[in-house]
Design a protein around this ligand. Structure first.
Ligand code: PMP
Length: 364
């Protein structure tokens, strides 16, 4: 039999056109100041190393605990929830994917935009419509438009990415009350914020909160995240996930990190101090910078003539790149194209960024 069509034509029609997620550039060689994917500049708790060594070796012959029981118990204790309200995944992306798979199908998914660019990709995979609710420049939660949204899931990233703006629980509560469906508050950056929607879980059974180990815990390479919600919602996700979705090393390392809350707080406090220092510094240059509750700053640079705009932002982005500093530029949305998102690095990295910006201002 001769095959006339390329084999990709056998794929589901909606997948043939799908554009996958574009991750931030991961350079293959060292020598970069890497502030483009909101990783933690500090190493994870030393307890993680020890736990990983202990878990490696002969035990790797065996499958991991399919239910990540120890992790779930520890996270439930940390957030004063029942174990049945917590589920772990291979990064929080795994859980976001499971949520879309389990709760959208061919129904729509909505989210205020700009936000995390994975959401439309997850919708594309499931053939669900992605409905973007545009933020205004002030980046307040568009509660009225959320009330009119017809969708099965609403994603709210809080603190939001790429702006860093955190939403008050009082506003999140209004959005949850206004929306008929599952509300997912993506709290990837919540450890750097003042408030958490976990406190609302007792009031709203349609609320799911997701967390990651990739940012505050400094474990992006381990791939671990979790979701919290009503036991009936978590049970659905539990049935949909891969049986062994969190590997043995990740369970061991993640548990050690979760148990070392004092290390976590020390790292988070250091990052918040650096963040607030540089926000003030850049505002001192006359650059607008959203008040960040995350581990990155979203800043609108101005050139030596005091001008801002897409050319200025892109010009600085390229100047920084030539100086081996990687940050993120989002040219596709009018609300983001005059800004750069800069992850908060350690003090030396941030000083280098700041000095390089000064050079750019002098040379331009
Ligand atoms: N949510 C948001 C808002 C993010 O920015 C990220 C990081 N890219 C994630 C989730 C993904 O986290 P993880 O590494 O746990 O998959």
């Amino acid at each position: 039999m001769t095959v006339n069509n390329p084999p990709s034509e056998y794929a589901l029609p909606h997948l043939r056109e799908l554009s996958g997620y574009t991750p931030g550039f991961q350079p293959g060689e060292s020598g970069w100041v890497k502030l483009n994917t909101n990783e933690n500049p500090y190493p994870p708790s030393p307890a993680v190393d020890e736990a990983l060594r202990a878990a490696a070796g002969d035990a790797l012959r065996l499958y991991p605990d399919p239910r990540s029981s120890a992790l779930r118990e520890q996270a439930a204790k940390l957030h004063a929830l029942d174990v049945s309200q917590v589920i772990f995944g291979n990064g929080s992306d795994d859980l976001l994917n499971l949520l879309v798979r389990a709760f959208s199908g061919e129904r729509a998914v909505g989210y205020p935009a700009p936000s995390y660019s994975l959401y439309p990709v997850l919708c594309g995979i499931q053939n669900s419509d992605a409905i973007e609710i545009p933020f205004g420049r002030e980046m307040a939660l568009p509660i009225e438009a959320i009330g009119k949204l017809e969708a099965s899931i609403l994603f709210v990233t809080s603190p939001n990415a790429p702006t860093g703006v955190g939403f008050a629980n009082s506003d999140l509560a209004k959005a949850i009350e206004a929306f008929e469906g599952i509300v997912v508050v993506d709290e990837a950056y919540a450890d750097f914020a003042e408030e958490s929607a976990v406190e609302l879980l007792g009031r709203y059974s349609n609320l799911v909160v997701t967390r990651t180990f990739s940012k505050s815990y400094g474990l992006a390479g381990l791939r671990l995240g979790y979701a919290m919600g009503d036991a009936s919602v978590i049970d659905i996700l539990d049935r949909v996930r891969d049986s062994y979705n969190v590997n043995r090393l990740t369970q061991a390392g993640g548990l050690a990190a979760l148990c070392d809350q004092s290390y976590l707080s020390a790292v988070v406090e250091k990052i918040k101090r650096t963040r607030d220092f540089y926000r003030a510094e850049w505002e001192g240059l006359g650059w607008f910078c959203y008040p960040s509750r995350a581990n990155f700053l979203f800043v609108e640079p101005r050139n030596a003539q005091g001008e801002s705009g897409p050319e200025v932002a892109q010009g600085l982005f390229e100047y920084l790149k030539r100086s081996r500093i990687l940050v993120r530029y989002f040219p596709s949305n009018p609300l983001t194209r005059s800004f750069l998102r800069i992850s908060v690095g350690d003090e030396d990295q941030m000083l280098f960024v700041s000095e390089t910006m000064q050079k750019w201002l002098k040379n331009a």
